[in-house]
Design a binder for this molecule. Sequence first.
Ligand SMILES: [Zn+2]
Length: 555
Amino acid sequence: MKTLDKTQQNIVKRAVIYVRVSTEKQAEKVSPEAQEQDGRAYCEKQGYIVIAVYRDIEKYRSGKKLVEPSGTRRDRPKFKQMLADGYGGKFDVIIAWREDRLYRGLRPMMDVLDCLKETEVEIELVKETFDKNFAPVKAWVANMELEGRRERTTMGMKGRLAQGKISGGSSAVPYGYDYHEDTGTYTINKYEADWVRNIWQWYSEGVAIHEIRRRLINAAVPQKGNKPRKYSWHTNIIRQILKREDYFTGIFISKWAGQAFEIEIPPILDKQLFEAVRKQQARWKNYPAGKTKQTNLSGQPVHPVYALAPGVIYCAACGVKMRVVRYKKRNSKGILTGKYYDYYRCNNLAHLCSLSGCAGLKRIQKTDAEIWEKIWPLLSKPGALEKALEARISELQAQESNAETDCQYLEQELQNLFLERQKVVTWARKELITEDDLQVQLFSLSQQEKSLKRYLTDARLLVGNRAERLLQVVKLYREKTIIGYEVVNQNGNTPEQTAAIFEARRRIIEGLVTKVEVMEDGSVKVEAEIHLDESKKNKEHDSGIYIEDIDLGVK
Ligand SMILES: [Zn+2]
């Protein structure tokens, strides 16, 4: 910035030029060079001396984001600098091409007006006249316009969605479809749809997700979008494809502005294939956690996986579940040796995003031994255990009756929703609301209803199941204690004995253990449904064999 002495200052006005461009929609788009040139020409004509040019023409960092120097932002770096210099008395007049170069919203406008009010600084515009008194009104109008545009975009989008037209980026387009911007509709992409059918077909035949992934990669099947992926055909993408109901129902649900809309799309799958996959999925879902698999999907016998804690075992560092995996051993020539190892594997490890301290892969045998060591002390004190179980069961049963109250409340809510729906329909009939509004309202109500119903089912099932499982443990435990509780803590001599002992342990773990966490070094932290108070050791009941029959008031 040039400096002028006092005498010069009295004669000529010291001017600064403010230049701003961004990608925001403008009626006229003028390059920064042209803005500056026009500004300089203006100053020459007025006899001003240009002592600085402030240019907000590049993206800048605001917090964590890189932003455009929009006129609605008051944190534009050169804009802020200019106002600071204005307060410092470094110039007399700001020259801008148009008013909207300086600001487009209320807040940056007020920043400028404050500066004008408190200093001798003035504003002159090249293409417009600047009226200081009219400025606040202008800002207000500009702000309302911006707000209005945002509102109109939302309303326009809602309208399109309600009409069954879909707006939005390509990211929302399901695999197997093409989106047509002009009509706002979806059509089948024949090539992709074939692969959707293949994926569903393979899954229905019992092909594992990882194998499906391998096949897709081998066939070089392209994914949505053109950019290369770091991890192609992630198993989660395949799972999502297998989850989609709209491939069969032809009803695509799109979410916009906090509401969901149903849009009709052409179905890709027939009923037979859809149901086959759902059946297959149910088969896996209903498979009791930890139960050893005796046959594969084609009914051939397999070596069972003896794992005590699937479903409740977590990697301590990553906080994600660990799953059971089996690695078949190959010799140096890559030929299967018939040997295999079973592991718990952190799910993060599978997706190459594990954290430091991740448990990674842990041999099931070793980990289960650690878990059993933690659980065993609970079982070795029959009296204390039975008491604790009893207390916990009545606690759960109390929760169950609470849940029943919750259910009654939820049912009332459902009834209210039903009445609400009647009301909306009546409004529509009396033409108090439009057909579009009716659709939106009805859909929103049906969504609420769905989630309430889901909540209701959960509330009923959850508590009851846990009490039931604990009762199983008690029952099992009673049987075993009569024979001698040590049995479950021994290794079997024959495969049948080993299997029976494993089964007993598994049922105990299933009933008692709520969570297992595995550390990097292989040690485990076990959270159980009950806690034994070590200080209250009951000598009398600690004899090892406990046959007194306590009636718990349940079967
Ligand atoms: Zn991990």
